[in-house]
Write a protein that binds this ligand. Structure first.
Ligand SMILES: *[C@@H]1O[C@H](CO)[C@@H](O)[C@H](O)[C@H]1NC(C)=O
Ligand SMILES: *[C@@H]1O[C@H](CO)[C@@H](O)[C@H](O)[C@H]1NC(C)=O
Ligand SMILES: *[C@@H]1O[C@H](CO)[C@@H](O)[C@H](O)[C@H]1NC(C)=O
Ligand SMILES: *[C@@H]1O[C@H](CO)[C@@H](O)[C@H](O)[C@H]1NC(C)=O
Ligand SMILES: *[C@@H]1O[C@H](CO)[C@@H](O)[C@H](O)[C@H]1NC(C)=O
Ligand SMILES: *[C@@H]1O[C@H](CO)[C@@H](O)[C@H](O)[C@H]1NC(C)=O
Ligand SMILES: *[C@@H]1O[C@H](CO)[C@@H](O)[C@H](O)[C@H]1NC(C)=O
Length: 926
């Protein structure tokens, strides 16, 4: 019984993960399949069956079988005969299966079961039964092919895988009397009988009785005996057919032109009553070993042109030679397209087939973790020759050739383009029976499924001309399996992987290791740095490594070539630099401090394509400049600069205290004033050895109110002071500020923001709310007061309590009045003296110097002797002191700072702004 099957062809490009495992064992003709996995996925194929006539053979193509077993049954006279290997070789059938599971059944048209009409029309009917797994019922297919063949040569020889067949015209040299000796072939002149045979067709009355084999010794068998030994012997209306298994005891090996051949030589004796005649039939088929030579790239098959054991005359003439594959003759163009070659020299027909050419297939093998392949192809040679005028031979040989194992170390092709930030790897080339199971990275092992989940995009491709398979893989640089190493300005990405591979049919495992590396130059955007000296900003820009395509903004304008010239631009290939004077229009004035102007230059490097900024850079410096000059002759000059915080200010509208004293020169950034000590509202103060002249630059009140109404900008006010040393000639100083800009405390609408509150206890954590007033306290119950300077972040200023007192009425000037604190110190005549509490920094208290805390015991005024008033209001004058400004008084803080943490003299800020009066109450006596 024939049974064959194949693993279903892998669907290339589809998931490789759920591969089906299968095991083949070969026992002679049997190809058994044991499917061990994934039965569910074994879909029953709808068998694609086609058949065709190929001269004196026919071929039935079946498949793919999809892992099922195929049983072939021949149908004749309504009975079915199972094809077994011995039936096949006796009856002219052979079968082969390729790697994709396609089966090919070859049949001689003169097979035992063919329905033969006049030796011209041959019909063969086959039943193909597909045995599935146990879950599915068997399927039966019927194939019948009728081949018409009339171009019979007087002798036709077929060498198939498993049999040799010779079919000769039934003609005899003539009837002759049966000699005593029943074996005329003993006659040494045996050869001449056949040479004369063609002229007289054999009388149908003759029956074959015996067959004589020449091995080369004679061996005589009765026909029935020969048939029992596996020979096929058939008479047809005009022909005699003999078929022998490829190896039988009656064949012998002979070297023909250096090619070993298996030779079958017979004479068949026909008898009719007393007459006997004989027909000779001989066949010779090449033996694979010795016929074929291999190089790693080419298969070369030598077939003798003149197969001596088959030729008995000296008039041999080779008329035609053809090459084919799988029984199908190919024309020269087809041979060329497949890169086959066939040539005929004096001795041999030489067929060359490149290893891997179309028509054959690769099979994988693994030895010592080395990957090897074999290549199998089944070429055919057909020859047609004549010997005498009417004696011709058609000779057809199929030779299944499998190369020795060829080492094919896997190759890794690195198609990585570093800029794509992804390793692109191709691994190949493999026979189609190889699957990729897993990949071992330096950090972990991932199955192909894991890899796909991870986005590595694993695919398998088969090259159409070679049927070899490659795997492709993409690993992003960002994946943890990729290692990164930074060197100078490049990053080296490296990937180490070991591919775990499996040969499906045999479960051979093997692996291949590869290391890849890719480097990327780090993207360095342009950068900018800078600094300043006493009058200029110096800016240095370093080009990135992405070209020079960026714009430089200086202040609010773009650095154009003309601006660059103005700013002494220089460039050296890697950097450029420019110099901006502190007074340039692109510079912003942030603040005016004593004798200096704090100025800032903003530089922005822009990407014009994306409209985004590569870099924003600012540098701010104090430029020392005498904005005020005091001349010995009493002339004073002052330069008012427009600050960044007052963009709406129009400097030409600024005036001195006397609103009629405008600037003698102004532009949009400056106003320049010239005045003298006795003009423009300048005031004069006498100090010890000093005379102080003061004036202020501001907007006239109505303009300032208008401006403030439109904007949220702070008020602008510059204070100008000139100290004249009465001893010598003069010294000059300058003090100025915009009222609301840091670091000055009074940045809230020009008013000090100071609050007084009453705490519940001396932890000063919970306070009475405004809506709690009036608050009731018992007599002598302690009252805990806290005063805070709000909205200031300047640690250098401090809040000091100058005077605190209590009144009966809300009016702080009302009488009676009781002093609690006088000039920062407790009232020495108070029987219940005030206790100062130190202030420490905590979540609420950022700058302890901005707070003062004191404790007073609840008391009552005596209005009359008997009527104790039940109401109290507490008032405080507070002073803001600044360590940097020279003024005396309560800023010494001697009494109110019990922690004694503050060193040095504190100074009140200014006459105008240092005071604030606070009132808290009423507090009721309960
Ligand atoms: C059936 O087989 C023939 C020849 O082998 C092929 O050309 C054809 O495409 C196949 N049809 C299907 C449906 O597979
Ligand atoms: C088929 O039947 C015919 C007629 O009955 C007979 O001559 C022939 O030998 C049979 N063939 C086989 C193969 O049995
Ligand atoms: C397949 O064919 C292409 C194009 O003809 C050729 O470039 C390639 O080398 C061939 N591959 C093999 C393995 O022969
Ligand atoms: C990876 O696959 C190879 C080849 O099939 C196998 O030998 C190995 O055990 C597998 N490794 C893991 C961790 O699964
Ligand atoms: C260009 O000038 C910069 C700054 O002075 C310097 O660091 C750099 O080395 C110079 N480059 C070249 C090529 O001279
Ligand atoms: C005072 O002196 C300065 C500097 O020398 C001079 O520019 C200015 O004109 C003088 N003013 C008067 C009123 O003389
Ligand atoms: C002014 O002169 C007197 C006497 O010459 C001297 O004592 C005093 O220190 C001087 N004052 C200043 C501020 O130089």
């Amino acid at each position: 019984m024939y049974m064959l099957s194949a693993l279903r062809g892998e669907e290339e490009g589809a998931s490789l993960c759920g591969y089906k495992a299968a095991l083949f064992t070969r026992r002679g003709w049997f190809i058994l399949l044991i499917a061990v996995a994934n039965i569910e996925a074994q879909k029953r194929p709808s068998l694609n069956i086609s058949s065709k006539c190929l001269g004196n053979v026919m071929r039935v193509d079946v498949g793919p079988l999809g892992g099922n077993l195929l049983e072939v049954v021949v149908v004749v006279n309504n009975s079915a005969i199972l094809l077994t290997p011995s039936v096949a070789s006796q009856c002219g059938f052979s079968m082969k299966i390729d790697k994709l599971g396609n089966a090919m059944i070859y049949a001689s048209i003169q097979n035992c079961f063919a329905q033969n009409v006049k030796d011209e029309i041959f019909t063969t009917a086959l039943h193909l039964r597909l045995h599935g797994n146990r879950l599915v019922e068997d399927e039966l297919y019927q194939v019948a092919e009728t081949c018409r063949y009339t171009a019979w040569a007087s002798r036709e020889i077929i060498c198939d895988h498993n049999y040799m067949e010779v079919s000769v015209k039934r003609a005899a040299p003539g009837d002759y009397a049966l000699p005593d000796h029943p074996f005329p072939e003993a006659n040494p002149k045996f050869g001449h009988f056949r040479r004369a045979a063609e002229k007289w067709p054999l009388d149908p009355g003759f029956r074959i009785r015996t067959i004589v084999f020449f091995t080369p010794e004679e061996k005589i068998m009765k026909v029935a005996e020969a048939q029992r030994s596996g020979y096929g012997i058939t008479n047809t209306p005009s022909r005699l057919l003999l078929r022998s298994p490829k190896t039988s005891p009656e064949t012998y090996t002979q070297s023909v032109a250096g090619v070993p051949m298996s030779v079958l030589k017979t004479s068949m004796i026909f008898e009719k009553k007393w007459l006997a005649t004989q027909i000779d039939a001989a066949a010779a088929c090449p033996i694979l070993e010795g016929s074929v030579s291999f190089t790693p790239k080419t298969i070369t098959w030598y077939l003798p042109c003149r197969i001596d054991p088959l030729i008995s005359s000296g008039q041999f003439k080779l008329l035609e030679v053809h090459m084919g594959i799988d029984g199908q003759r190919l024309n020269p163009a087809e041979l060329h397209a497949r890169q086959y070659s066939m040539s005929v020299n004096d001795v041999h027909v030489v067929v060359e087939i490149p290893v891997g050419a179309v028509g054959g297939y690769f099979k994988s093998h693994v030895q010592d973790d080395q990957y090897l392949v074999s290549y199998t192809v089944e070429p055919m040679i057909e020859m047609f020759w004549t010997e005498a005028t009417l004696e011709d031979t058609r000779y057809k040989v199929f030779l299944p050739i499998t190369t020795p194992l060829l080492s094919r170390p896997p190759q890794v092709i690195d198609n990585t383009v570093p800029e794509e930030r992804m390793f692109k790897i191709v691994l190949g080339h493999f026979a189609p029976d190889v699957v990729l199971v897993n990949i071992t990275f330096s950090t972990e092992v991932l199955s192909t499924t894991d890899c796909s989940v991870r986005g590595f995009n694993i695919m398998a491709f088969t090259s159409p001309n070679s049927s070899l398979k490659v795997f492709s893989l993409e690993v992003p640089f960002t994946d943890p399996v990729v290692q990164q190493r930074r060197e100078m300005e490049i990053t080296v990405y490296s990937l180490h992987l070991t591919f775990g591979l499996l040969v499906l049919d045999d479960f051979f495992k093997f692996s291949h290791t590869a290391s890849l590396a890719a480097t990327l130059v780090d993207i360095a955007p342009p950068s900018v740095s800078g600094g300043c000296d006493y009058q200029n900003f110096y800016i240095l820009v370093k080009y990135g490594n992405q070209g020079f395509n960026f714009q430089t903004m200086v202040g609010k304008q773009q650095l154009t070539p003309s601006l660059a010239r103005q700013y002494s631009f220089t460039e050296n290939g890697t950097h450029f630099s420019f110099v901006v004077p502190f007074s340039a229009p692109d510079v912003m004035f942030e603040a005016i401090e004593s004798a200096s102007v704090r100025s800032r230059l903003d530089v922005v490097l822009r990407n014009p394509e994306t409209n985004t900024n590569f870099k924003e850079f600012s540098v701010a410096c104090n430029f020392f400049t005498a904005l005020t000059e005091c001349f010995p002759n009493g002339t004073m000059t002052a330069l008012a600069v427009k600050l960044e915080v007052v963009p709406s200010l129009n400097p030409s509208q600024l005036t001195l205290r006397d609103p009629t004293c405008g600037p003698s020169y102004s532009n949009e950034r400056y106003a320049y004033f010239v005045f003298s000590g006795n003009s423009c509202g300048t005031t004069r103060k006498f100090l010890p050895n000093m005379m102080l002249y003061e004036n202020e630059i501001a907007l006239p009140d109505e303009l300032e109110l208008k401006r403030q109404a439109k904007t949220e900008e702070p008020e602008y006010e510059l204070k100008i002071s000139c100290y004249y040393d009465t001893n010598t000639t003069h010294t000059a100083a300058f003090h100025t500020r915009p009222r609301r800009s840091e670091p000055y405390a009074e940045n809230a609408k020009g008013q000090l923001q100071v609050a007084m509150r009453l705490a519940l206890d001396d932890s000063y954590s919970v306070f009475h709310r405004i809506e709690d007033y009036p608050i009731a306290k018992y007599l002598q119950q302690p009252l805990y007061f806290e005063v805070e300077l709000m909205r200031s972040t300047n640690p250098k200023v401090s809040l000091e309590l100058e005077n605190c007192w209590a009144t009966l009425d809300e009016d702080k000037t009302s009488l009676p009045r009781w002093n609690l604190i006088i000039n920062g110190c407790v009232n020495p005549v108070d029987p219940y003296q005030v206790i100062f509490h130190p202030v420490w920094a905590d979540a609420r208290v950022q700058h302890p110097s901005h707070f003062k805390r004191f404790e007073v015991q609840m008391f009552a005024f005596t209005k009359d002797q008997e009527d104790l008033s039940r109401r109290l209001f507490i008032h405080c004058d507070v002073v803001i002191c600044d360590a940097r400004n020279p003024l005396g008084g309560v800023c010494g803080g001697q009494c109110s700072n019990p922690e004694n943490g503050m060193k040095g003299q504190r100074r009140a800020i200014s006459d105008i702004q240092r005071f604030k009066q606070l009132t808290l109450g009423p507090i009721l006596q309960s």
